[in-house]
Design a protein around this ligand. Structure first.
Ligand SMILES: Cc1cc2nc3c(=O)[nH]c(=O)nc-3n(C[C@H](O)[C@H](O)[C@H](O)COP(=O)(O)OP(=O)(O)OC[C@H]3O[C@@H](n4cnc5c(N)ncnc54)[C@H](O)[C@@H]3O)c2cc1C
Length: 304
């Protein structure tokens, strides 16, 4: 792991800096590069705009590691509202949520009930709920909850992080149950006992899991901005005659817009992860960690 990456991931846990950033107008201006806005209507406007470019969205109401049950209930309610508004707007009702935002650290049963309500509501209107993957202390619990909810209601998907040693087994399990997987590299600070340390190792594992999912998975999502991996995916599906409607590419709002449009124009399915809300700091810091040069870029733009 590069020192820049560790530095921003370390800062992502700093409460004082978080408070200052999230409440200052400077912070809001900086975050607007990666965050659709503080409010649902701003996120819906982004969904409408990208839909006109042939790009789908998954909405994420930002928030994680809540410390009070009321916050977990508020996350659930916001998510239910987002599903309703997406439906009313004629947009695809697809949301992404985090278990630590739904109270898993406070009470696992309450968290299950909260997530269950969202999944039931989504399933009733033909929508889809993706449970994001957080740090490795949540992996087992998250996959258990996804498999239970999928068995009960359908319409629930998981995320697998290629940097984790355990991911190959998890992919096999999820393929066996026909649960939709989003494959990403992984965005948290993890010890070498659980995660590959070198970028080459993570990339190699990503490609291995990607090929497995493209052949055996249920509508996998290849979530990366890594152009060489995307090229490898395109070569693989062409060689295996895998139709373009059997998988999708996913990218984050504000990152590699050129590549997003190029893939969509080329006839591939592309979905953007569109985050919104007031609790944007940890998400924003992970985006800086992935590319520390972003920090300089943002400051330069601000000065201009
Ligand atoms: C749709 C989606 C959902 C995700 N969900 C999760 C999740 O649930 N759990 C989780 O741990 N992680 C998640 N991630 C984050 C993921 O794990 C990576 O941290 C992130 O995608 C960066 O990795 P990369 O695959 O783009 O490859 P990298 O090797 O990091 O980057 C490849 C290239 O992409 C571009 N790029 C990458 N990141 C940035 C950035 N921040 N700013 C500007 N350019 C950039 C650069 O050109 C870079 O050279 C998600 C990512 C996506 C796209």
């Amino acid at each position: 792991m590069t020192p820049g990456r560790s530095f921003f991931l370390f800062l992502s846990r700093n409460g004082a800096l978080r408070h200052w950033m999230e409440s200052s107008s400077l912070g809001q201006r900086l975050s607007s590069r990666f965050v659709a806005g503080e409010h649902l209507h701003q996120a819906l406007a982004v969904c409408r705009r990208i839909q006109s470019q042939g790009i789908a969205a998954t909405l994420d109401h930002l928030g994680e590691n809540v410390t009070r049950i009321e916050e977990a209930s508020a996350s659930r309610d916001e998510c239910l509202l987002a599903l309703q508004r997406l439906k009313e707007a004629g947009l695809e009702d697809n949301v992404s949520i985090k278990l630590s935002q739904f109270g898993i650290d406070l009470d696992e049963d309450i968290c299950r009930r909260n997530v269950g309500q969202v999944v039931r509501a989504a399933a009733a209107q033909g929508g889809f709920v993706r449970i994001d993957m957080e740090s490795s202390e949540y992996t087992g619990r998250t996959l258990r909850l996804v498999t239970d909810l999928h068995a009960q209601h359908g319409g629930t998907g998981a995320v697998i992080q290629a940097y984790l040693h355990r991911s190959e087994k998890d992919v096999e399990m999820l393929c066996g149950k026909e649960i939709r997987v989003r494959l990403c590299k992984g965005a948290y600070l993890e010890p070498p006992s659980v995660a590959f340390e070198k970028k080459e190792e993570v990339d190699r594992n990503f490609v291995l899991l990607m090929k497995k999912l493209l052949v055996e998975g249920a509508y996998p999502a290849i979530a990366t901005h890594d152009e060489s991996i995307i090229q490898e995916a395109l070569r693989f599906v062409a060689a295996g005659k895998i139709p373009a409607d059997r998988f999708e590419f996913q990218m984050l709002y504000g990152i590699r817009r050129d590549l997003q449009r190029r893939l969509a124009k080329g006839g591939y399915r592309v979905r953007l992860y569109v985050p919104y809300g007031k609790a944007w700091y940890p998400y924003f810091m992970r985006r800086l960690a992935e590319r520390p040069a972003n920090a300089l870029f943002l400051i330069r733009n601000l000065l201009r």
